[in-house]
Design a protein. Sequence first.
Length: 84
Amino acid sequence: NWQVTDEPRLLHHLLRENPQDWEHENPFHAPPSELSDVPCEPPNCPFIAEQVALLDTTLQGRVDVRSRNMVIRRLVWQEAFSIC
């Protein structure tokens, strides 16, 4: 993910957790020239687009849907289930 290479905090975490992927001694080591392509099938959603938009709007009014905190992410799911 090129965004990770541009974000020092994320890159530091990546390198700390995956030391085997880092060549400390190679000053010419660069990120890969291309990223892996991982095709994914979209999930079957039982809602129409308008219902998804309403759910998104309602959730945004109740919880911080942009948070990366896992406790908050769990709360987002709990709120979504309570709305549905």
